[in-house]
Design a protein around this ligand. Sequence first.
Ligand code: FAD
Length: 117
Amino acid sequence: KMANETLKAQLGNAAWKLFHTILARYPDKPSQQERTTLEQYIRLFAQVYPCGDCARHFQGLLAKYPPQTGSRKTAAIWGCDIHNKVNDRLGKAQYDCTTILEDYDCGCGDDEKLKDD
Ligand code: FAD
């Protein structure tokens, strides 16, 4: 069995990957329903995240820095900034958020164009 720290880091990598990719694919001009859905998703994510210590700290961060759901760009930058708060607490380097949308291209392109990958 792998060391607990390795497992916790792998879980973090996978969780952050999905988190940032969802934000990078969020609508440019979300409806009120889409905004509510994203906000709830993020808050529920913070409640079910399986590392209890992480979940508790992340809930504290959400209380201080509420999810920004007004547009794709603001949501993605908010997500990058909050991950940087976690990085800060763990003594990790700050991530450059200027190319966050390009960094988390999901490979799904514009669904309506039905392009091949
Ligand atoms: P990670 O932080 O996992 O990042 C993965 C990759 O994402 C990086 O290699 C980089 O390419 C990119 N990246 C880095 N920063 C950003 C950013 N700001 N925006 C976008 N992309 C970025 N671990 C603990 O020990 N204690 C905790 O309290 C804790 N809380 C967590 C809370 C949440 C919600 C999550 C998802 C994870 C938490 N973790 C916690 C795990 C921790 O954040 C890392 O995932 C883990 O330490 C592995 O770090 P890493 O250096 O591999 O990079």
